[in-house]
Ligand binder design. Structure first.
Ligand code: NAP
Length: 235
C-alpha cells in the first residue's frame, strides 16, 4: 500500500497539493456542497485532539500537511498537539499574507476585538466571515455580507445577501451605496482582493487583522515547497 499523507483543508493550496501528490484531503464539512479535491477525501471533524490522535493511530499517515485557512486556529493547534503525541511529521502550508502598496491606508491589529475598537463610530464593511461577527456586534453601523441573513445582527446594520467572490465593481458599488467609511478584513492572503483595491481607489482605511501565530515547527508558503518537504519525509 502507498504511504498515506493526510492533508487538512479545502483551501486553494490544499487543492493544488492534492492535484500534485496523492493525499487524503480532510474537509471540515461546513459547506453544504463542498468542491471536492482531486483524489480521496474525508469530511467532518475528528472530535478534538483526542479524536485526531485516535484517527492518526488508526490510519498511520507518514505525514500530515495542515493546509487549512490561516485563521483556522483551532484545527492547526489540534494538528500540532496530535502529531506531536503520535510522532508524525507535520508541515504547515500557508500562503503568504497581503502586503500593502502605494496608496493603501492599512492599520494592522492583532485581533477581531481590536479591529472592532478601531472602527469606532464609522460605518464598516465587515468581510471577516460569518463565524467572526460576534466581536463586532457592539458597532452601530456596519455592512455585513452573507449568503443567508444571520438571525442576530443589530437592526441598524445593513445585510447584503449574496455569494462571494465579489468583483471590483461590486465592492465599489457597495461602498458607495451603503456609505462605507472603513473596511475590515482578516489577512487571508492569496490573490489580490478586489475589496483592497476598492478601498485604495476610494481612499478608505482598511483594518487588517493579523494572522494567529504558526505553531508548527515546519512551515512553507508554496505548494512546490510542500512537495519538496514531502519527498524528504516519505523518501
Ligand atoms: P477551526 O476553528 O480551526 O476548527 C474548528 C473545528 O472544525 C476543528 O476543531 C475541527 O473539529 C473542525 N475542522 C476544521 N478544519 C477541519 C478539517 N480540514 N478537517 C476536519 N475537521 C476540521 O476552523 P474553522 O475556522 O472553523 O475552519 C473550518 C474550515 O474552513 C477549515 O478547513 C478552514 O481552512 C476553512 N476556512 C476557514 C476560514 C477562517 O477564517 N477561519 C476562512 C475560510 C475557510 P474537531 O475538533 O471535531 O476535529
Amino acid at each position: 500500500m502507498p504511504d498515506l499523507i493526510l492533508c487538512l483543508g479545502g483551501t486553494a493550496e490544499a487543492r493544488a497539493l492534492a492535484a500534485r501528490v496523492p493525499v487524503l484531503t480532510s474537509l471540515a464539512g461546513r459547506v453544504r456542497q463542498p468542491a471536492l479535491p482531486v483524489g480521496e477525501a474525508r469530511i467532518g471533524g475528528f472530535g478534538g485532539v483526542e479524536g485526531l490522535v485516535a484517527w492518526l493511530r488508526r490510519h498511520r499517515p507518514v505525514a500530515v500537511v495542515d493546509a487549512t485557512h490561516p485563521f483556522a486556529e483551532q484545527m492547526s493547534r489540534h494538528a500540532v498537539l496530535a502529531c506531536d503525541e503520535v510522532g508524525i511529521p507535520l508541515l504547515r502550508l500557508q500562503r503568504p499574507g497581503w502586503v500593502s502598496g502605494a496608496g493603501d491606508r492599512w492599520t494592522r491589529v492583532p485581533t477581531l476585538a481590536a479591529a472592532a475598537a478601531a472602527v469606532g463610530d464609522r460605518c464598516a464593511l465587515l468581510t471577516t466571515g460569518r463565524q467572526a461577527v460576534a466581536p463586532f456586534l457592539g458597532l452601530r453601523h456596519a455592512v455585513l455580507r452573507a449568503i443567508e441573513r444571520p438571525a442576530d445582527v443589530p437592526a441598524s446594520w445593513t445585510v447584503v445577501l449574496g455569494r462571494p467572490p465579489w468583483s471590483l465593481e461590486d465592492e465599489l458599488a457597495q461602498i458607495a451605496e451603503h456609505g462605507v467609511e472603513v473596511v475590515v478584513t482578516k489577512d487571508s492572503g492569496g490573490p489580490a482582493a478586489p475589496k483592497l483595491e476598492a478601498a485604495r481607489m476610494r481612499g478608505l482605511e482598511v483594518i487588517v487583522v493579523d494572522r494567529p501565530p504558526v505553531l508548527a515547527a515546519s512551515v512553507v508558503s508554496t505548494v512546490d515547497d510542500a512537495v519538496d518537504w514531502l519527498s524528504t519525509v516519505t523518501g
